[in-house]
Design a protein around this ligand. Sequence first.
Ligand code: DX5
Ligand code: ZN
Length: 215
Amino acid sequence: MKNRIISPSLLSADFSRLKEEIDVVINAGAERLHLDVMDGHFVPNFTFGPFIVEAIRKLTSSHLETHLMISNPHKYIPEFIDAGSDTLIFHYEATTNIDRDINLIKDQKIKVGIALNPDTKIQLIYDYLDALDYVLIMSVHPGFGGQGFIKETLQKMKNLSNLSKKHNFLVGVDGGVNLMTIDEVYNTGIDITIVGSGLYGATSVSNRFNELMSK
Ligand code: DX5
Ligand code: ZN
């Protein structure tokens, strides 16, 4: 069985205690952090932009995966790279030119990922699998933390995990992953789970991290 990789989503962290909220998951063993950028247009919610990514970069040397839930990602990709992202993920549904946006990111020598909404078919990105480092399967409709896991996305996870062996990319799953759902998610063969409310909602975040890793 593969080792579990959990990428804590800071969306559910307490931003007034951000340094502590980062340290608790890093000390528990997290090697990457998931940063959710929302523009109030591609998704019906706002979070933060490159300014905050840059601040988070100063708080940790851990791998930062920045999930852009924004329209016209190409306009902002350079700023999110300069801010210190190690992986930059844009949405299939938001881009106007996939090749251009993949190259904008790869040219800067950081990792590139594409996110797929729950209703978006994985076949649509088959032509790009060799160019991608990461595919993020949304198991909720993006926009908010704490939503219920959409079970119909499990089959997409299985299919993409199989393809990842040949094409060499990581598969991440984002949304509704918690103690109840994490086993069936990892059973599909995926590499990384993003966990927000299922981690930061716990009384002891470090204990919860360990529980999620070992279940
Ligand atoms: C959803 C975001 C997720 C979110 C996950 O729009 O992309 O990263 O923070 O949160 P939970 O784990 O609470 O579903
Ligand atoms: Zn996300």
